[in-house]
Design a protein around this ligand. Sequence first.
Ligand code: PDD
Length: 281
Amino acid sequence: RFAYVNGLYLRHPEAVVHVEDRGYQFADGVYEVCEIRGGRLIDEALHMARLERSLKELRIAQPMSLGALGVVLREVVRRNRVHDGLVYLQITRGVAPRNHAFPAEGTPPSIVVTAKSSPRSAGDLRAEKGVSVITVPENRWDRVDIKTTSLLPNVLAKQAAKEAGAYEAWFVDADGKVTEGSSTNAWIVTMDGGIVTRPAESGILRGITRTVLFEVAKAAGLRIEERAFSLDEAKAAREAFISAATAIVTPVVEIDGHPVGNGAPGTVATELRRRFHEFAA
Ligand code: PDD
């Protein structure tokens, strides 16, 4: 395996960053995860646009053009011979002596790109069986709209899910409303067939998969209601599902031990998953 590190394509064991990288010391960085399917990057333009926004919000300099970054992503995918899988891109504020305030102007941001294969069959199998989620209290900061590598609450939530035998943990805010999963957006389908997901204006990351699902639903003649939904509503829903580059659409069949609907993957989630790649660019 190979990784890109600050201008070099290195063999995986030698792909290291400096001890004073601000990503390491402060989680002072941003990232993107993009699906690779048939050797192609899925929704590259949308991921790049979100990356640009994350960098801007954190005032990290854009280290190279988005076009040049795309070339690097494709080269890492090629060198790792990834046909189906994921590419990971991380940009941090660079290497500087430890000090919370920004380093001197002109300090180059650090760039790391890795890629790994993951067979389609694994995701398909998971979607056919459906996954369980648990819930945890929302304890993140109010800038979860930024795709930062600062993910400790998400890490702890995912570990709690794993220890409970679940695939994902949903954060629930002080009003009892579900925000999103530790690494996925959250959706339900109500008993009258409405597809509900939280507005991206507050409390969630605006997922690229989520964005594309609006087009998929429209083409399928399905209605999406963008509004916050409560945990109680989710438990009483006909269906639930999660979305992310790593999950596409994956049905949720159990929330905190309660079966969702009839306890099997729902027809809406299954249809959205089936049609997703017709609309992904
Ligand atoms: N996570 N919400 C959170 C908190 C996420 O971390 C992610 C993605 C999403 C879905 O975004 P998208 O559809 O653009 O993948 C929502 C990535 C996959 C990760 O951290 O591995």
